[in-house]
Design a protein around this ligand. Structure first.
Ligand SMILES: NC(=O)c1ccc[n+]([C@@H]2O[C@H](COP(=O)([O-])OP(=O)(O)OC[C@H]3O[C@@H](n4cnc5c(N)ncnc54)[C@H](O)[C@@H]3O)[C@@H](O)[C@H]2O)c1
Length: 247
């Protein structure tokens, strides 16, 4: 990763934070973004304090104009983009579909789906303009391959992220841009705060053979592998990181 310029969205917390720290250790030059500037700046400072290279920018991925202006800045200040991790996301409101409010549905689609689309499009445009081979990882979810009772908007958005990943992987394989997604199971981050403990306990006890939550560092290791040349023949893939649940 030495000298590679890598964009990460939602880098202030959880999986995005662990990914940023891991890529920082591997020598990447990081462009870190989040809507939570306190958290984003702290992660950036931690990487710099450990001898890494990182720059922080405020970015709401659901704001298309903001994404486009940031990528204009990246193109001017960093010249090229080698890799990207489209990670920012929300858990949303849990409710069965007959109770889902249209505002909650729209917010879920704006952040968890259009947010990935806006960033993915800008990343590919920059990679094509600079003729740099690239690698992109979208953070999907097991809810992107399974149904999620009381989480249909989240599940629908994540299924769509996997569809985007596969299609875009096929579109750009010939020019050397690889696009993959990761599908974490329940992972120890702030996003789980909205999920009832009883539901999580039953899941871990009966459905996850390892009987535990994933750690954000474990997801970060897989993302780093998918970005690196060690996965050079892998594209369009959705990698389960789930303690054996899908088995
Ligand atoms: N933790 C899990 O169990 C789990 C499982 C599967 C998938 N995921 C996915 O992992 C990704 C990261 O989530 P996490 O678990 O680390 O949760 P998290 O809440 O710790 O991190 C999410 C980050 O995204 C940022 N964010 C939220 N809305 C944003 C927006 N509009 N623009 C930019 N940044 C925004 C938050 O400020 C936060 O820093 C999400 O896409 C989530 O759906 C998480």
């Amino acid at each position: 990763m030495k000298g590679k310029v890598v964009f990460v969205s939602g880098a202030g917390s959880g999986i995005g934070k662990s990914t940023a720290l891991k890529l920082g250790q591997l020598g990447a030059t990081l462009i870190l973004t989040d809507i939570n500037d306190d958290n984003g700046s702290k992660v950036t400072q931690e990487i710099i304090d450990n001898g890494g290279a990182a720059h922080y920018y405020h970015l709401d991925v659901s704001n298309r104009e903001a994404v486009q202006s940031l990528f204009n800045i990246i193109s001017k200040e960093h010249k090229e983009l080698d890799m990207a991790v489209n990670n920012a996301g929300i858990g949303g409101v849990l409710a069965p579909i007959h109770e889902v409010d249209i505002k909650d549905w729209n917010q879920m689609m704006d952040i968890n789906l259009s947010g990935v689309f806006h960033c993915l499009q800008a990343e590919i445009q920059l990679m094509l303009a600079n003729q740099t081979p690239g690698a992109i990882v979208n953070v999907a979810s097991l809810a992107g391959v399974n149904g999620m009772p009381a989480g249909s908007p989240y599940s629908a958005a994540k299924h769509a992220v996997i569809g985007l990943t596969k299609s875009v992987a096929r579109e750009y394989a010939k020019v050397g841009i690889r696009v993959n997604s990761v599908c974490p199971g329940f992972t120890e981050t702030a996003i789980l705060n909205g999920i009832p403990e009883r539901f999580l306990d039953v899941n871990l006890k009966y459905y996850v053979p390892m009987n535990r939550l994933g750690k954000p560092e474990e997801i970060a290791d897989a993302i780093a592998w998918l970005l690196s040349d060690q996965s050079s023949f892998v594209t369009g893939h959705s990698l389960y990181l789930d303690g054996g649940l899908m088995a």
